[in-house]
Design a binder for this molecule. Structure first.
Ligand code: GCB
Length: 589
């Protein structure tokens, strides 16, 4: 799905701003024509979650209506016009001038509907979007089911299965865009390297099955290479050769501008030439071993919730660089497209994850329903992000949970029918990811005590481990020894690169202790120092990703002080804890 852009053949109108908003707990809005305007509206920022914009909406997850109006210029008439929503959590319905134009299931991914027929050209148009984020067992991520890890521990007032606040609303920009009647519908770019030369393979699809000619050009500074695109049945391919190419990497994130031109349309993408592979215990970027050091993160901030927050995004990248990080995982859902563009530009190595956090497989029926959702999410994610140089890996799940998992007895799962059911489920997703994109690595992130048998199809073994926090808390020497042994055993089992995708300790900023006890800044610093020191001795550890970059909103519970998960090395307002300096010592060397 191409990101909208403005050029001579295309137009783009960003509807970000303050919209009218009204909650509809009884679901009466549609019958009463709320899509034409709201009687009792209050201002609401788009993009943004509604939960932290008003305290009475903090725990509200049911239906809410957003209404605005937009002038569509006369000059757009004759073009095809679409409305595109970057993300609505969880279910969105779009109305234009009173007509329902489409619905979309699932958060964190964009969707678009053609609205050319419903517009008033050269005048105002009423745009309404209703959104709800009810926690339901068949949604992904799921809610309102029992977690084997004990729902009450992590979630008291909202029955999530996952450990972050279920922010609701329109989280990313709503854009009106126009394209010509015959337009470029999709572009796929795959790059390769031969010696010092770069190879750029381009596939272009038009929206109609035409036989026409177009052109593709790759430019850098004053130079360019190009090729003819011979469209047959609306599709064309070309291969460009770049002698002495400048390869994209975390240390030199060089981007070329790739422009597709047809008689009616043109589209430009930023392209990095790079390869990605694994060999033994190493991840190879452009044929050379690279470590993916950084964080698990969240899209989360005061007041904006999960809403796109551009100054915060820039600041977070600067802070990550300050620690020496070069990588992160989009835990636990796809991040904004703006964020992926910044990762390309800044040279961050991304593990790109669908919202499949804490999947459960308690029955065939439930597993089938969730698999359908996950396959759609995977399709949408790969379609959206396939051309980003920064994306090295697709991650199909975070901590899928066997029904019999218990943190106090990590081995108790003989005869658990959710184990083979889960294996089939996860392998289906891994295979689909590989089939949709054979050029990238595929993985899933395993929970402590989860079946390692679920990971055989992964290119990289991703482990979330809390030795020294949830298990062996306050006993760092024993915790680190156990962790080291588990790493060695896992390497023996798989012979594949291992990434620690989570390890961390909740820490109240400003709390100190000598000796270092749990929750103090000293404990977190020692915990992280200990983990990084072990990892440094293991060549097969291809990266360490601390949980978490910053403190983030979770649901209220006895485990989350002030409703926050405090495993950040920065506070929620982005001040460093002692541990952030420890990271610099290791990663800036
Ligand atoms: C995990 C989860 C993450 C939680 C974290 C924690 O394993 O993947 O979503 O926030 O543990 O802090 O408990």
């Amino acid at each position: 799905m191409l990101y909208p852009q403005q050029n001579n053949s295309r137009n783009k109108l960003d509807l970000s701003g303050i919209w009218d908003f009204q909650i509809d707990p009884d679901g009466i809005g549609e019958a009463n024509g709320w899509f034409n305007g709201l009687h009792n509206a209050r201002p609401m920022a788009v993009p943004g979650s509604w939960n932290e914009q008003y305290e009475d909406l903090f725990n509200y997850l049911s239906l809410g209506w957003y209404v605005t109006s937009s002038f569509v210029p006369q000059s757009w008439q004759g073009e095809r016009v679409f409305i595109r929503v970057g993300s609505a959590c969880y279910f969105g319905t779009v109305y234009v001038n009173g007509v329902k134009v489409g619905t979309h299931d699932g958060g964190h991914l964009p969707f678009a509907f053609e609205i050319s027929e419903h517009l008033n050209w050269g005048s105002e148009n009423v745009i309404a979007i209703s959104v709800e984020n009810e926690l339901q067992p068949t949604r992904v991520p799921s809610g309102n089911i029992q977690s084997p890890l004990g729902g009450g521990m992590l979630a008291s007032n909202m029955r999530t299965t996952f450990d972050f606040f279920p922010f609701a609303g329109i989280h990313r920009p709503v854009i009106l865009y126009s394209v010509p009647q015959t337009h470029i519908e999709d572009v796929t770019v795959v790059t390769d390297i031969e010696g010092s030369d770069g190879i750029v393979k381009v596939e272009v699809k038009l929206n109609s099955p035409l036989t026409v000619e177009g052109r593709v050009t790759l430019s850098f500074g004053d130079s360019s290479v190009g090729a003819i695109l011979d469209f047959d049945d609306g599709a064309a391919q070309a291969t460009l050769y770049v002698t002495n190419a400048r390869f994209w990497s975390d240390t030199d994130p060089f981007l070329y501008a790739l422009t597709i031109q047809t008689d009616d349309d043109s589209y430009t993408l930023q392209v990095g030439i790079r390869t990605i592979a694994v060999q033994g215990g190493q991840i190879l970027l452009n044929g050379k071993a690279v470590k993916m050091n950084g964080f698990g993160r969240h899209e989360d901030f005061i007041a904006s919730g999960k809403g796109l927050n551009l100054p915060l995004m820039v600041k977070d990248y600067q802070l990550m660089r300050w620690t020496g990080a070069n990588s992160y995982r989009t835990s636990h859902y796809p991040y904004s497209e703006e964020e992926m563009q910044l990762a390309d530009r800044e040279g961050f190595l991304i593990i790109d994850e669908i919202p499949a956090v804490s999947l459960q497989f308690e029955s065939d029926e439930m597993a089938d329903a969730r698999l359908k959702v996950c396959l759609q999410q995977l399709d949408e994610l790969i379609t959206r992000d396939k051309n980003h140089a920064s994306v090295l890996m697709w991650c199909v799940a975070n901590e899928p949970l066997p029904a019999s998992l218990r943190l106090d007895n990590l081995n108790a799962k003989a005869e658990d029918p959710s184990v083979p059911r889960g294996k089939k489920f996860l392998e289906t997703l891994l295979q689909r990811a590989r089939q949709l994109d054979p050029t990238r690595l595929v993985t899933l992130v395993g929970v402590m005590g989860g079946p390692i048998d679920w990971m055989h199809e992964c290119d990289v073994i991703c482990l979330n481990r809390y030795w020294g926090w949830y298990v062996l808390g306050g006993q760092l020497p024993a915790a680190l020894a156990t962790m080291e042994k588990e790493l060695d055993d896992t390497w023996q089992t798989f012979g594949k690169p291992i990434l620690m995708t989570e390890f961390g300790a909740d820490t109240m900023a400003g709390m100190h202790g000598h000796p270092a006890v749990m929750w103090t800044e000293e404990y977190q610093a020692d915990y992280i120092r200990g983990h990084l020191a072990v990892a440094e001795r293991k060549e097969f550890v291809a990266g360490m990703q601390v949980w978490n970059f910053a403190d983030f909103a979770a649901v209220q519970s006895i485990m989350r002080v002030g409703g926050l998960n405090m495993k950040g090395v920065f506070t929620r307002s982005r001040q460093p804890k002692m541990a952030a300096h420890v990271l610099r010592e290791f990663w800036k060397k």
